[in-house]
Design a protein around this ligand. Structure first.
Ligand SMILES: [Zn+2]
Length: 148
């Protein structure tokens, strides 16, 4: 009889599909078709959310008002990624930041590009660099780059 526990180490890959819902669909459609970034505005606290929220997480009321935000914004904070991983959209080094788009009060997480990573600073003004061939995802924006 064997008393040692045998542990098998493996990896599984799980393909999946996930509906982005009514609000997510409108958000991604506008990125793809019109290169516009839309948000929703709470009728009670007036907070503007992007990506859009269907219900205010602070007031718990339904949100029905849509407002266009950006395209420019302010880089609130960022980190530089210096290692490679299969899930990364581009090879390192690259920066990921939180961008507060003009007229929005929440942050959008995205890549920061068009500049050497050493030149990136919190507080810098940025604008989206849209891809020519867009498919309806957040990566229809290649990255946010410094405003000249
Ligand atoms: Zn609210």
């Amino acid at each position: 009889m064997v008393n040692e526990e045998i542990v098998y180490h493996g990896r599984i890959k799980v393909p999946y599909s996930w509906s982005v819902g009514e609000y997510g669909s409108r958000f991604f459609y506008e990125l793809k078709e019109n290169k516009k970034i839309w948000a929703t505005k709470c009728p009670k606290c007036k907070k503007v959310f992007t990506p859009p929220r269907k219900t205010c997480p602070d007031c718990f009321v339904p949100i029905g008002e849509w407002v266009e935000v950006g395209p420019n914004g302010t880089l609130i904070t960022f980190t530089i990624v210096r290692y490679s991983a299969q899930i990364h959209p581009i090879p390192p080094p690259f920066a990921i930041g939180i961008i507060q788009l003009d007229r929005a009060e929440t942050g959008l997480v995205h890549l920061i590009g068009g500049v050497e990573v050493e030149g990136i600073r919190s507080g810098m003004r940025v604008k989206p660099a849209f891809k020519e061939d867009r498919g309806g995802s957040l990566l229809d924006i290649s990255y946010f780059e410094p405003v000249e």
